[in-house]
Ligand binder design. Sequence first.
Ligand code: C5J
Length: 225
Amino acid sequence: MTNSSGIIAAEPEPITLDWTKTALVIIDMQRDFMEPGGFGETLGNDVSQLARAVKPIASVLAAARASGMLVVHTREGHLPDLSDAPPAKVERGAPSLRIGDPGPMGRILIRGEAGHDIIPALYPLDSEIVIDKPGKGAFYATELGEILQNYGVENLLVCGVTTEVCVNTTVREGNDRGYRCVVIGDGCASYFPEFHEMGLKMIKAQGGIFGWVSDSAAILKAMET
Ligand code: C5J
């Protein structure tokens, strides 16, 4: 282990990461998912379920900023003309408002609208990377892979919402691209607590088939040392 690395208590087993080759990836902590009146609520979800992830993420984000770790924020959303929103995504289900419809925080899940923005508690610094993604995975139709390659990143600390949708999809994409993905379990949340639980289990099962699962306290401890 070098001075720039740390051992993280994780499941299925501890993992040593070189911090200089690690990025913190915060998935979709947007008002559209976190607050009443946004995309998440239009689908019939109880958005208060997601609030529990904010403090753990804020603590790791503060440590990452203090240490100079690369920080990446993602936002799910679409262009105002919906040219990057497949009809199959827009038309499905029976939401109270559809993607692109006007809502209390602007047009639902549209880039540039208030609801599309990241919540104030986790707002990106100007120096941090913000990836706008049209899909659930952060690698699909974005520049994320190229940016991580340019920075020499090999490991991802992943957190955000929701556990079983955009966090899981991104971890699966990252795993297939060769990244060691360590999910910060208490820094993730779902509208469905049972999906959160199973979403984490799916990642760490079978010897860590998609990655590792840790928590904010363990990450902070490893970063201190
Ligand atoms: C969803 C996401 N749940 N960020 N998006 O539609 O997980």
